[in-house]
Design a protein around this ligand. Structure first.
Ligand code: PMP
Length: 286
């Protein structure tokens, strides 16, 4: 079934949603994005995702996104495309401006605003459920990104290369290591359980402050865990009890092996199970 896409103020068939070749996202990756998970036909944590979109836009001096309008578009696309389990993807770029030139265009160039949905196929969801139960493998890679990873920019080449390396080595995720600390994944945040406490890299310019990360930190504290926002030393992985990822589609996912070495006893631990259950309850309360 062909889906409907929202592009620059109009609802159009997917095949007709086209942008010009001198679109700045195509030429310069000059744009930002968000991904929202849809559960049972409802968007989850839409507000914080919209707030982060606004922040990313400000940081890149893009025009302020119309969050109310995008919220209406979100509901309309979910309805039109009959999304029960799936995702909504938002991308805002500095738009089309030829001839190609690095500096921002002068005048009133319009941004490109794109919203599209993807259903999550039942077999993908089943695979995801299995991974939640059994845990996944990760590899470590050296950090090669810029110093503004807090902006959710579509400029993702180091993330793409890191994820591809993970896939080629049979792993789910690649963990970036910066100055001897595990800071985040190529498309997820990372947490460790060390000496009974939950540790995750602080929200700063070197990581994306995940919406799931923020939710999980809040939930963990409500459940009585101590959460420290500090670097996870690479050297401490061999003695951590649990390691896990958080992200919109990934949810709360145990990492049971890193670079071939087991984490803890190599199985999904109690902290992850408790956080997964709390996450499931939040989804059910939607
Ligand atoms: N870090 C990076 C680099 C990511 O790409 C993502 C996923 N977009 C995350 C963290 C997790 O963010 P969120 O929980 O908002 O999906």
């Amino acid at each position: 079934m062909s889906s409907t896409v929202y592009l620059n103020g109009e609802f159009v068939p997917y095949e007709k949603a086209l942008v010009p070749v001198e679109e700045r996202a195509f030429l310069f990756a000059d744009g930002i994005y968000e991904v929202v998970r849809v559960y049972g036909g409802r968007p989850f944590d839409l507000e914080p995702h919209m707030a982060r979109l606004v922040r990313s836009a400000r940081e890149l001096r893009l025009p302020e996104p119309d969050c109310e309008g995008l919220t209406r578009v979100t509901r309309e696309l979910i309805e039109r495309n009959q999304i029960q389990e799936g995702t909504v993807y938002y991308q805002i770029t500095r738009g089309f401006h030829g001839p190609r030139a690095h500096a921002f265009p002068t005048g009133n160039g319009a941004p490109t605003v794109l919203v599209l949905t993807h259903p999550l196929a039942p077999e993908k969801l089943a695979e995801h459920e299995r991974q939640l139960r059994e845990g996944v493998a990760a590899i470590t890679v050296p950090e090669q990104r810029w110093a503004r990873c807090d902006i959710k920019s579509v400029s993702l080449l180091p993330n793409v290369l890191a994820k591809q390396q993970a896939v080629e080595r049979g792993a789910y995720e690649a963990l970036f290591v910066r100055d001897g600390f595990v800071i985040e994944g190529s498309s997820s945040n990372v947490f460790a359980v060390l000496d009974g406490e939950i540790v995750t890299y602080p929200a700063c310019n070197y990581i994306l402050n995940g919406i799931t990360r923020q939710r999980v930190i809040r939930t963990a504290r409500e459940l009585g865990y101590t959460v420290r926002e500090e670097g996870i030393p690479l050297a401490a992985l061999s003695r951590c009890q649990e390691l896990f990822l958080t992200a919109t589609v990934t949810e709360v996912m145990a990492v049971t092996r890193v670079d071939g070495q087991a984490i803890g006893d190599g199985s999904v631990g109690p902290v992850v199970r408790a956080l997964q259950q709390a996450f499931r309850e939040a989804v059910q309360a939607l």
